[in-house]
Write a protein that binds this ligand. Structure first.
Ligand SMILES: [Mn+2]
Length: 389
Protein backbone atom coordinates (compact mmCIF):
# COMPACT_ATOMS: atom_id res chain seq x y z
CA UNK A 1 0.00 0.00 0.00
CA UNK A 2 1.36 3.37 -1.02
CA UNK A 3 0.90 6.25 1.42
CA UNK A 4 1.62 9.96 1.02
CA UNK A 5 2.58 11.52 4.37
CA UNK A 6 2.42 15.30 4.84
CA UNK A 7 1.75 17.68 7.75
CA UNK A 8 1.96 21.24 9.03
CA UNK A 9 0.30 23.01 6.14
CA UNK A 10 -0.45 26.01 8.39
CA UNK A 11 -3.00 27.35 5.90
CA UNK A 12 -3.43 31.10 6.45
CA UNK A 13 0.11 31.67 7.71
CA UNK A 14 2.18 34.47 6.27
CA UNK A 15 5.96 34.76 6.08
CA UNK A 16 6.97 38.14 7.47
CA UNK A 17 4.97 40.51 5.25
CA UNK A 18 4.38 37.98 2.47
CA UNK A 19 0.97 36.33 2.15
CA UNK A 20 1.64 32.64 1.44
CA UNK A 21 -1.85 31.66 0.36
CA UNK A 22 -0.78 31.51 -3.29
CA UNK A 23 2.17 29.26 -2.44
CA UNK A 24 -0.07 27.09 -0.27
CA UNK A 25 -2.50 26.76 -3.16
CA UNK A 26 0.39 25.69 -5.44
CA UNK A 27 1.30 23.07 -2.83
CA UNK A 28 -2.25 21.67 -2.90
CA UNK A 29 -2.00 21.43 -6.72
CA UNK A 30 1.32 19.60 -6.27
CA UNK A 31 -0.21 17.25 -3.69
CA UNK A 32 -3.08 16.31 -5.99
CA UNK A 33 -0.66 15.79 -8.91
CA UNK A 34 1.61 13.62 -6.74
CA UNK A 35 -1.28 11.44 -5.59
CA UNK A 36 -2.31 10.90 -9.20
CA UNK A 37 1.15 10.43 -10.75
CA UNK A 38 2.48 8.10 -8.08
CA UNK A 39 -0.77 6.13 -7.74
CA UNK A 40 -1.03 6.84 -4.03
CA UNK A 41 -3.51 4.65 -2.12
CA UNK A 42 -4.03 6.92 0.90
CA UNK A 43 -3.06 10.45 2.01
CA UNK A 44 -2.02 11.13 5.63
CA UNK A 45 -2.07 14.69 7.02
CA UNK A 46 -0.49 14.78 10.49
CA UNK A 47 -1.91 17.98 11.96
CA UNK A 48 -1.60 21.77 11.87
CA UNK A 49 -3.85 21.99 8.85
CA UNK A 50 -4.47 25.61 9.78
CA UNK A 51 -2.12 28.10 11.38
CA UNK A 52 -4.58 29.17 14.04
CA UNK A 53 -7.80 28.21 15.77
CA UNK A 54 -9.89 30.75 13.84
CA UNK A 55 -8.24 30.88 10.41
CA UNK A 56 -8.85 33.67 7.87
CA UNK A 57 -11.63 33.01 5.35
CA UNK A 58 -9.32 32.56 2.31
CA UNK A 59 -7.53 29.76 4.21
CA UNK A 60 -10.85 28.06 5.01
CA UNK A 61 -11.81 28.32 1.33
CA UNK A 62 -8.46 26.82 0.25
CA UNK A 63 -8.98 23.94 2.68
CA UNK A 64 -12.48 23.41 1.26
CA UNK A 65 -11.07 23.24 -2.27
CA UNK A 66 -8.39 20.81 -1.10
CA UNK A 67 -11.04 18.54 0.46
CA UNK A 68 -13.08 18.53 -2.76
CA UNK A 69 -10.06 17.70 -4.88
CA UNK A 70 -8.92 14.90 -2.57
CA UNK A 71 -12.45 13.49 -2.56
CA UNK A 72 -12.60 13.70 -6.38
CA UNK A 73 -9.43 11.59 -6.57
CA UNK A 74 -11.26 8.82 -4.76
CA UNK A 75 -8.17 8.25 -2.59
CA UNK A 76 -8.91 7.94 1.13
CA UNK A 77 -7.39 10.67 3.30
CA UNK A 78 -6.85 10.63 7.06
CA UNK A 79 -6.22 13.96 8.81
CA UNK A 80 -5.67 14.88 12.44
CA UNK A 81 -5.73 18.21 14.27
CA UNK A 82 -2.43 19.70 15.48
CA UNK A 83 -1.62 22.11 18.29
CA UNK A 84 -2.35 25.10 16.06
CA UNK A 85 -5.78 23.84 15.00
CA UNK A 86 -8.97 24.20 16.95
CA UNK A 87 -9.85 20.51 17.12
CA UNK A 88 -13.53 21.26 17.68
CA UNK A 89 -13.81 23.68 14.78
CA UNK A 90 -11.83 21.47 12.40
CA UNK A 91 -14.00 18.52 13.42
CA UNK A 92 -17.29 20.18 12.51
CA UNK A 93 -18.90 18.14 9.73
CA UNK A 94 -16.32 15.36 10.07
CA UNK A 95 -19.01 12.67 9.89
CA UNK A 96 -20.40 14.03 6.64
CA UNK A 97 -16.95 14.67 5.15
CA UNK A 98 -16.02 11.12 6.13
CA UNK A 99 -18.67 9.81 3.73
CA UNK A 100 -16.58 11.31 0.93
CA UNK A 101 -13.55 9.35 2.13
CA UNK A 102 -11.83 12.21 4.00
CA UNK A 103 -11.45 11.09 7.59
CA UNK A 104 -10.88 13.97 10.02
CA UNK A 105 -9.79 12.71 13.42
CA UNK A 106 -9.98 15.51 15.97
CA UNK A 107 -11.49 13.81 19.02
CA UNK A 108 -9.14 12.01 21.47
CA UNK A 109 -12.08 9.76 22.37
CA UNK A 110 -11.83 8.08 18.97
CA UNK A 111 -8.08 7.43 18.93
CA UNK A 112 -8.49 3.63 18.95
CA UNK A 113 -11.14 3.67 16.22
CA UNK A 114 -9.12 3.25 13.02
CA UNK A 115 -9.91 3.93 9.40
CA UNK A 116 -9.56 0.43 7.95
CA UNK A 117 -8.11 0.31 4.44
CA UNK A 118 -7.27 -2.83 2.50
CA UNK A 119 -5.14 -4.03 -0.39
CA UNK A 120 -4.48 -7.48 -1.85
CA UNK A 121 -2.37 -8.35 1.21
CA UNK A 122 -5.09 -7.62 3.76
CA UNK A 123 -6.17 -4.84 6.08
CA UNK A 124 -4.29 -1.71 7.10
CA UNK A 125 -5.67 -0.05 10.25
CA UNK A 126 -4.95 3.70 10.24
CA UNK A 127 -5.26 5.36 13.66
CA UNK A 128 -5.50 9.16 13.77
CA UNK A 129 -4.39 10.57 17.14
CA UNK A 130 -5.17 14.27 17.27
CA UNK A 131 -2.71 16.52 19.13
CA UNK A 132 -3.14 15.53 22.79
CA UNK A 133 -2.92 18.45 25.23
CA UNK A 134 -1.94 16.65 28.45
CA UNK A 135 -4.01 18.63 30.97
CA UNK A 136 -7.14 18.41 28.81
CA UNK A 137 -7.12 14.79 27.65
CA UNK A 138 -5.54 12.93 30.58
CA UNK A 139 -8.85 11.45 31.74
CA UNK A 140 -10.21 10.89 28.22
CA UNK A 141 -7.31 8.64 27.25
CA UNK A 142 -6.96 7.12 30.72
CA UNK A 143 -3.44 8.40 31.45
CA UNK A 144 -1.99 8.08 34.96
CA UNK A 145 -0.66 11.65 34.85
CA UNK A 146 -0.84 14.78 32.70
CA UNK A 147 2.40 14.63 30.72
CA UNK A 148 3.03 14.33 26.99
CA UNK A 149 4.59 10.89 27.32
CA UNK A 150 1.81 9.67 29.64
CA UNK A 151 -1.10 10.76 27.43
CA UNK A 152 0.45 9.63 24.15
CA UNK A 153 1.50 6.37 25.81
CA UNK A 154 -2.04 5.78 27.07
CA UNK A 155 -3.49 6.54 23.63
CA UNK A 156 -1.01 4.13 22.03
CA UNK A 157 -1.93 1.43 24.59
CA UNK A 158 -5.50 1.77 23.33
CA UNK A 159 -4.29 1.55 19.74
CA UNK A 160 -2.31 -1.65 20.48
CA UNK A 161 -5.27 -3.17 22.32
CA UNK A 162 -7.55 -2.51 19.35
CA UNK A 163 -4.96 -3.87 16.93
CA UNK A 164 -4.57 -7.06 18.99
CA UNK A 165 -8.25 -7.80 18.43
CA UNK A 166 -8.01 -7.55 14.63
CA UNK A 167 -7.27 -10.38 12.17
CA UNK A 168 -3.70 -11.71 12.27
CA UNK A 169 -1.49 -9.91 9.76
CA UNK A 170 -3.40 -6.61 9.99
CA UNK A 171 -0.86 -3.85 9.26
CA UNK A 172 -1.03 -0.56 11.13
CA UNK A 173 -0.30 3.14 10.71
CA UNK A 174 -0.57 5.90 13.32
CA UNK A 175 -0.83 9.64 12.72
CA UNK A 176 0.32 11.77 15.66
CA UNK A 177 1.31 15.37 16.37
CA UNK A 178 4.10 15.40 18.94
CA UNK A 179 7.74 16.23 19.69
CA UNK A 180 9.68 12.97 19.56
CA UNK A 181 13.08 12.77 21.28
CA UNK A 182 15.89 13.27 18.81
CA UNK A 183 13.84 15.47 16.50
CA UNK A 184 15.30 18.81 15.35
CA UNK A 185 13.12 21.86 15.93
CA UNK A 186 13.11 25.15 14.01
CA UNK A 187 11.83 28.64 14.90
CA UNK A 188 8.33 28.12 13.52
CA UNK A 189 6.82 25.46 15.76
CA UNK A 190 4.75 26.70 18.66
CA UNK A 191 6.24 25.46 21.90
CA UNK A 192 4.20 22.71 23.58
CA UNK A 193 6.45 22.38 26.65
CA UNK A 194 4.38 24.27 29.22
CA UNK A 195 2.32 21.17 29.99
CA UNK A 196 5.48 19.36 31.09
CA UNK A 197 8.47 17.79 29.32
CA UNK A 198 7.44 17.93 25.68
CA UNK A 199 9.63 15.21 24.18
CA UNK A 200 8.30 11.66 23.98
CA UNK A 201 10.50 8.67 23.09
CA UNK A 202 9.99 7.06 19.69
CA UNK A 203 9.41 3.77 21.54
CA UNK A 204 5.92 5.04 22.38
CA UNK A 205 5.00 3.99 18.82
CA UNK A 206 6.19 0.39 19.28
CA UNK A 207 3.96 -2.20 17.66
CA UNK A 208 2.78 -0.19 14.66
CA UNK A 209 4.31 -0.42 11.21
CA UNK A 210 4.51 3.30 10.50
CA UNK A 211 4.11 6.49 12.55
CA UNK A 212 3.35 9.52 10.35
CA UNK A 213 4.29 12.47 12.52
CA UNK A 214 3.57 16.16 12.45
CA UNK A 215 4.73 19.14 14.55
CA UNK A 216 8.41 19.56 13.64
CA UNK A 217 8.79 21.56 10.44
CA UNK A 218 11.93 19.86 9.11
CA UNK A 219 11.54 16.60 7.18
CA UNK A 220 13.31 13.96 9.29
CA UNK A 221 13.66 10.28 10.00
CA UNK A 222 13.65 9.35 13.69
CA UNK A 223 13.90 5.71 12.69
CA UNK A 224 12.76 3.76 9.65
CA UNK A 225 9.20 3.53 10.96
CA UNK A 226 8.89 6.91 12.69
CA UNK A 227 9.18 9.97 10.46
CA UNK A 228 8.30 13.63 10.17
CA UNK A 229 7.31 14.93 6.75
CA UNK A 230 7.89 18.53 7.87
CA UNK A 231 5.97 21.51 6.56
CA UNK A 232 5.54 21.88 2.78
CA UNK A 233 6.83 25.47 2.94
CA UNK A 234 9.43 27.28 5.06
CA UNK A 235 7.76 29.34 7.77
CA UNK A 236 10.88 30.91 9.33
CA UNK A 237 14.40 31.84 8.22
CA UNK A 238 15.73 29.09 10.49
CA UNK A 239 14.44 26.73 7.75
CA UNK A 240 16.63 28.32 5.06
CA UNK A 241 18.61 25.09 4.69
CA UNK A 242 15.57 22.76 4.72
CA UNK A 243 14.58 20.78 1.68
CA UNK A 244 10.78 20.76 1.90
CA UNK A 245 9.02 17.56 0.98
CA UNK A 246 6.45 14.88 1.61
CA UNK A 247 7.12 11.17 2.22
CA UNK A 248 5.97 8.61 -0.29
CA UNK A 249 5.83 5.46 1.84
CA UNK A 250 5.38 1.94 0.54
CA UNK A 251 3.99 -0.41 3.14
CA UNK A 252 4.85 -3.97 2.12
CA UNK A 253 2.80 -7.16 2.58
CA UNK A 254 4.44 -7.86 5.97
CA UNK A 255 4.68 -4.24 7.06
CA UNK A 256 8.08 -3.51 5.48
CA UNK A 257 8.75 0.19 4.90
CA UNK A 258 10.40 1.92 1.98
CA UNK A 259 10.17 5.69 1.83
CA UNK A 260 11.05 8.27 -0.80
CA UNK A 261 11.08 12.05 -0.46
CA UNK A 262 9.02 14.04 -2.92
CA UNK A 263 10.14 17.68 -3.04
CA UNK A 264 7.45 20.35 -2.79
CA UNK A 265 7.43 23.50 -4.95
CA UNK A 266 9.60 26.33 -3.61
CA UNK A 267 7.91 29.74 -4.02
CA UNK A 268 11.21 31.59 -3.48
CA UNK A 269 14.47 30.46 -1.85
CA UNK A 270 15.54 31.88 1.51
CA UNK A 271 18.92 33.38 2.35
CA UNK A 272 20.45 34.69 5.57
CA UNK A 273 23.08 37.34 4.90
CA UNK A 274 25.43 38.85 7.45
CA UNK A 275 28.05 41.54 7.05
CA UNK A 276 28.67 45.25 6.53
CA UNK A 277 26.13 46.90 4.27
CA UNK A 278 28.65 47.92 1.59
CA UNK A 279 30.00 44.36 1.48
CA UNK A 280 26.51 42.90 1.07
CA UNK A 281 25.83 45.34 -1.75
CA UNK A 282 29.12 44.65 -3.57
CA UNK A 283 30.01 41.00 -2.97
CA UNK A 284 29.51 39.01 -6.19
CA UNK A 285 29.00 35.89 -4.05
CA UNK A 286 25.52 37.18 -3.20
CA UNK A 287 24.34 37.42 -6.82
CA UNK A 288 22.57 34.07 -6.44
CA UNK A 289 20.44 35.54 -3.63
CA UNK A 290 19.24 38.66 -5.41
CA UNK A 291 15.78 37.19 -5.92
CA UNK A 292 15.60 35.28 -2.62
CA UNK A 293 13.70 36.24 0.48
CA UNK A 294 16.42 37.81 2.62
CA UNK A 295 17.13 38.02 6.31
CA UNK A 296 20.01 40.48 6.69
CA UNK A 297 22.10 41.18 9.78
CA UNK A 298 24.24 44.29 9.37
CA UNK A 299 27.49 44.34 11.31
CA UNK A 300 28.57 47.94 10.57
CA UNK A 301 30.02 49.48 13.77
CA UNK A 302 27.93 52.58 13.08
CA UNK A 303 24.40 52.07 11.82
CA UNK A 304 24.31 53.14 8.14
CA UNK A 305 21.77 55.62 6.80
CA UNK A 306 18.67 54.29 5.11
CA UNK A 307 19.83 50.65 5.18
CA UNK A 308 16.54 49.07 4.07
CA UNK A 309 16.25 51.23 0.95
CA UNK A 310 19.86 50.53 -0.02
CA UNK A 311 19.54 46.81 0.64
CA UNK A 312 16.30 46.43 -1.33
CA UNK A 313 17.95 48.12 -4.33
CA UNK A 314 19.96 44.91 -4.73
CA UNK A 315 17.72 42.48 -2.82
CA UNK A 316 14.13 43.58 -3.48
CA UNK A 317 12.72 40.72 -1.37
CA UNK A 318 14.42 41.65 1.89
CA UNK A 319 11.99 40.76 4.67
CA UNK A 320 14.03 41.05 7.84
CA UNK A 321 16.74 43.50 8.86
CA UNK A 322 18.66 43.45 12.13
CA UNK A 323 21.83 45.05 13.48
CA UNK A 324 24.68 43.36 15.29
CA UNK A 325 27.58 45.85 15.31
CA UNK A 326 31.08 44.39 15.19
CA UNK A 327 33.14 44.58 18.34
CA UNK A 328 30.27 44.99 20.75
CA UNK A 329 30.70 42.32 23.40
CA UNK A 330 28.20 43.18 26.12
CA UNK A 331 24.74 41.61 25.85
CA UNK A 332 23.25 45.08 25.40
CA UNK A 333 24.13 44.51 21.75
CA UNK A 334 21.95 41.40 21.49
CA UNK A 335 18.52 41.94 20.04
CA UNK A 336 15.44 41.16 22.09
CA UNK A 337 14.78 38.15 19.85
CA UNK A 338 18.34 36.87 20.38
CA UNK A 339 18.03 37.15 24.13
CA UNK A 340 14.76 35.17 24.13
CA UNK A 341 15.86 32.47 21.71
CA UNK A 342 15.73 28.94 23.06
CA UNK A 343 14.27 29.98 26.43
CA UNK A 344 10.99 28.90 27.98
CA UNK A 345 8.20 31.29 28.93
CA UNK A 346 8.83 30.39 32.55
CA UNK A 347 12.53 31.36 32.33
CA UNK A 348 11.72 34.64 30.61
CA UNK A 349 9.13 35.52 33.24
CA UNK A 350 11.49 34.65 36.11
CA UNK A 351 14.20 36.83 34.60
CA UNK A 352 11.71 39.66 34.18
CA UNK A 353 10.82 39.50 37.86
CA UNK A 354 14.52 39.46 38.80
CA UNK A 355 15.21 42.38 36.44
CA UNK A 356 12.48 44.71 37.67
CA UNK A 357 12.85 43.85 41.35
CA UNK A 358 16.54 43.06 41.67
CA UNK A 359 16.13 39.59 43.18
CA UNK A 360 15.25 36.16 41.77
CA UNK A 361 11.75 34.83 42.52
CA UNK A 362 11.49 32.32 45.38
CA UNK A 363 9.88 28.87 45.09
CA UNK A 364 6.38 30.13 45.92
CA UNK A 365 6.64 32.91 43.33
CA UNK A 366 7.92 30.49 40.72
CA UNK A 367 4.94 28.25 41.43
CA UNK A 368 2.56 31.21 40.92
CA UNK A 369 4.17 31.94 37.54
CA UNK A 370 3.98 28.27 36.56
CA UNK A 371 0.28 28.05 37.47
CA UNK A 372 -0.46 31.24 35.54
CA UNK A 373 1.10 29.82 32.37
CA UNK A 374 -0.80 26.56 32.81
CA UNK A 375 -4.10 28.45 33.23
CA UNK A 376 -3.52 30.57 30.13
CA UNK A 377 -2.59 27.51 28.15
CA UNK A 378 -5.63 25.54 29.33
CA UNK A 379 -7.92 28.48 28.50
CA UNK A 380 -6.40 28.83 25.02
CA UNK A 381 -6.80 25.12 24.35
CA UNK A 382 -10.26 24.89 25.86
CA UNK A 383 -12.09 26.17 22.80
CA UNK A 384 -10.54 23.51 20.65
CA UNK A 385 -10.27 20.64 23.04
CA UNK A 386 -12.69 20.97 25.92
CA UNK A 387 -12.13 18.02 28.19
CA UNK A 388 -14.89 15.48 27.59
CA UNK A 389 -16.52 14.32 30.77
MN1 LIG B 1 3.20 22.99 12.99
Amino acid sequence: MRLLHTSDWHLGRSFHRVNLLGAQSVFIDHLVDTVREHRVDAVLVAGDVYDRAVPPLPAVELFDRALHRLADLGVPTVMISGNHDSARRLGVGAGLIGRAGIHLRTDPEGCADPVVLADEHGDVAVYGLPYLEPALVKDTVGAAKAGHEAVLGAAMDRVRADLAGRPAGTRSVVLAHAFVTGGQASDSERDIAVGGVEAVPASVFAGVDYAALGHLHGCQTINERVRYSGSPLAYSFSEAAHRKSTWLVDLGPAGEITAERIDTPVPRPLARLRGRLDDLLDDPAHTAHEHSWIEAVLTDPIRPDDPMARLTARFPHTLSLAFDPEGREDDGGATYAQRLRGRTDQEIAEDFVAHVRGGAPDDAERAVLHDAFEDVRAAAGAEGQEARR
